[in-house]
Design a protein around this ligand. Structure first.
Ligand code: UD1
Length: 382
């Protein structure tokens, strides 16, 4: 059997790593040939290469070098190049992950060539059609043959859309396989070394005292970073309130760095005391910081999930989430705060008082990749 995995952006890399490992270990010794295709949507070393190295992902056999661009540009170019690869390689399956542009581009291209498609992390829905990822999810799940879901709420979403049961398989969350496999290595890292190694500027660097509490932040959604009024309000809240209370480590996504500079907000952040602005972090460094953070502020879906398992109290800076299982009302660690400063302020001060409370949703057990491979091998068609 020949399988091609297609990845494109950072959140795909921690999902493909355990799948490749499961194929290598393949207990039933079924002959599986695997090819990895990287569309190249994320191309910076810190957004891509660092993850391949840290997670032992073999170098992609094929890199399409798509790079940045508009959504249609990224998807269109990816489709043109993927079509050539699929026609030439004739895979039995194309496996795609999550909800990035590569996920949808590969699905549409493969289905038009009558190739089976398996979606790892199917069934998530935010209901927000302004999110590019929601469009990617809807198109992908409508077309894919095998929908591997991370939690039971996602099964319900697919049922409501009329997806036949035969296409759906509950396998758990593959991101947690990666978290489990790397927890020990991450726990040995030193927080100040991480901060120094990744600092955007060392001119005001002061070591964090051991056991000092800190807040951790990431932000990259267009809805938070592309509008000056919103991004300015968030940075003011951080400078005037958060950093007065607790040191803040902010791992700045390339998109966000560009916008902060374009809006003239960068220099004042750099000059703020008690703030640690760092480059996008490698997997183990982010995991280590998350393990000890007093609070997470993020708009990332993956971090919401990791906070649930690690128990880090999390403010999700969005109005909705495709991952409701991570919310406090479903036993998770996170609360939706959107980008309204009043709401963020209230939840920030309330949440700072909370203890860590690790939770394990069903089948978030580190063995999801094996179940994904089994589901493909057992597939009998509709
Ligand atoms: C993408 C995904 C999103 C995911 C996020 C995680 C889609 C639709 N979005 O959003 O689901 O949560 O990745 O990071 O696929 N850039 C660099 N270097 C890089 C990558 C990007 O400088 O390595 C710049 C690009 O030039 C662009 C901006 O960052 O201007 C945004 O990149 P883009 O790939 O469009 O989307 P993300 O916001 O990263």
């Amino acid at each position: 059997m020949k399988i091609i995995s297609v990845v494109g952006a950072r959140p795909n890399f921690m999902k493909v790593a355990p799948f490749i490992k499961a194929i290598k270990e393949n207990p039933q010794n079924i002959n599986v040939e695997h090819l990895l295709v990287h569309t190249g949507q994320h191309y910076d070393d810190r957004m891509s290469k660092a993850f391949f190295e840290a997670l032992n992902i073999p170098e992609a056999e094929i890199n399409l070098g798509i790079g940045s661009g508009t959504h249609a540009g990224q998807v269109g170019h990816s489709m043109i190049e993927l079509e050539k690869v699929f026609v030439h390689e004739k895979p039995d399956w194309v496996v795609i992950y999550g909800d990035v542009n590569a996920t949808m581009a590969a699905t549409v291209t493969a289905k038009k060539l009558h190739i089976n498609v398996c979606h790892v992390e199917a069934g998530l829905r935010s209901g927000d059609m302004k999110m590019p990822e929601e469009i990617n999810r809807l198109v992908t799940d409508r077309l894919a043959d095998l929908l591997l879901v991370p939690d039971k709420l996602s099964i319900e979403n697919l049922r409501k859309e009329g997806v036949p049961e035969s296409k759906i398989e509950f396998v758990g969350n593959i991101m947690i396989d990666t978290l489990e496999a790397n927890h020990e290595k991450a726990s040995k890292l030193d927080i100040n070394e991480i901060l120094q190694k990744n600092a955007l500027s060392l001119s005001h660097f002061v070591s964090l005292s051991p056991k000092s509490p800190y807040a951790l932040m990431t932000l990259h959604r267009p809805s938070n970073v592309d509008d000056k009024t919103i991004l300015e309000a968030i940075t003011q809240f951080i400078r005037n309130e958060v950093t007065k209370e607790i040191p803040l480590i902010w791992a700045v996504h390339p998109r966000t760095e560009k916008q902060l500079k374009a809006f003239g907000l960068w220099n004042q952040l750099m000059d703020t005391e008690n703030i640690y602005l760092v480059h996008p972090l490698d997997y183990h460094s982010m995991l280590k910081l998350n393990m000890h953070a007093s609070i997470m502020l993020t708009d990332s879906g993956g971090l919401q999930e990791e906070c649930t398992v690690l128990g880090t109290p999390c403010l999700t800076m969005r109005w909705n989430t495709e991952r409701p299982i991570t919310l406090r009302e479903h036993g998770g660690a996170s609360v939706l705060v959107g980008n309204n400063i009043e709401r963020i302020r209230k939840e920030f001060f309330d949440t700072l008082q909370q203890e860590r409370k690790p939770e394990r949703p069903e089948l978030w057990d580190g063995k999801t990749a094996e179940r994904c491979l089994q589901a493909i091998l057992n597939y009998e068609g509709e």
